[in-house]
Design a protein around this ligand. Structure first.
Ligand SMILES: [Ca+2]
Ligand SMILES: [Ca+2]
Ligand SMILES: [Ca+2]
Length: 236
């Protein structure tokens, strides 16, 4: 029986290979249907690349004025759990005012018109004022959606007590985002100025317009590795 088992060993490997190829094909097919996105944690680079502009700033409604879903300009801010939103100057690290959220800092943002780029200023306080509960080093997931269709997602964990920026650029339009504090509790984080852009990202790799034939490129590559460039030794 041992021999028989040994004789059949290659079969599972072949099956695994075939399955891998099938999975590979499936994954490739899936990836072509999905949007490509690029994450930015540098606001200047984000604005330069995407042409995004600031959206309507938040007014200072006072730190104890609880709001439900609230619209400023083209963006509507709401809690997926009907938690209270507060619009006030909670953090000196962000110019203007910020959103703070009661409970876990989950935030939905709906856009009146589809966009390709979105970013926001953000502060995670640890020793800064207005923490409101025991500090937790929070992780956020941000999902981009076009209606009910997921377009892409990214995660971030901001440094504490520092001005942070999270931005994303997509080759596919989206009209709402879901920000979820996947690690964290009721301690506050602050969402500041939002930015949106309507220029689609183009992540198509640059094509080689003209060049030497494939073999020459191959030989050049080998030469680069020093495989062809080594001078032949002369016979004495
Ligand atoms: Ca936190
Ligand atoms: Ca953090
Ligand atoms: Ca929190």
């Amino acid at each position: 029986m041992t021999v028989s088992h040994s004789n059949h060993r290659p079969a599972p490997a072949i099956k695994a290979l075939a399955l891998g190829l099938l999975l590979g094909t499936g994954m490739a097919a899936a990836s072509t249907a999905e949007a490509a996105i690029q994450f930015f944690d540098a606001k200047t680079a984000f604005i330069t690349a995407t042409g995004a502009a600031a959206t309507a700033p938040f007014p200072d409604l006072g730190p104890s004025t609880a709001q439900g879903a609230t619209t400023f300009g083209d963006l509507t801010y709401s809690s997926p759990t009907s938690a209270n939103l507060f619009f006030a100057n909670f953090s000196a690290r962000i110019a203007g005012n910020e959103i703070a959220i009661s409970g876990v800092s989950n935030l939905d943002v709906a856009l009146a018109n589809p966009v390709f780029a979105l970013g926001f200023d953000f502060v995670e306080p640890e020793f800064d004022p207005n923490l409101a509960a025991a500090f937790v080093d929070s992780t956020f997931d941000v999902g981009l959606f076009n209606g009910a269709t997921p377009v892409g997602s990214f995660s971030f964990n901001a440094p504490e007590d520092a001005l942070y920026f999270a931005g994303v650029w997509s080759d596919t339009a989206f009209n709402r985002i879901e920000i979820r504090e996947t690690a964290g509790q009721a301690e506050n984080e602050f969402f500041g100025q939002f930015y949106t852009g309507i220029a689609a990202a183009d992540f198509t790799p640059p094509t080689i317009l003209a060049g030497p034939p494939a073999f020459a490129l191959f030989a050049f590559g080998l030469a680069g590795l020093g495989l062809l460039a080594a001078p032949a030794r002369r016979r004495r």
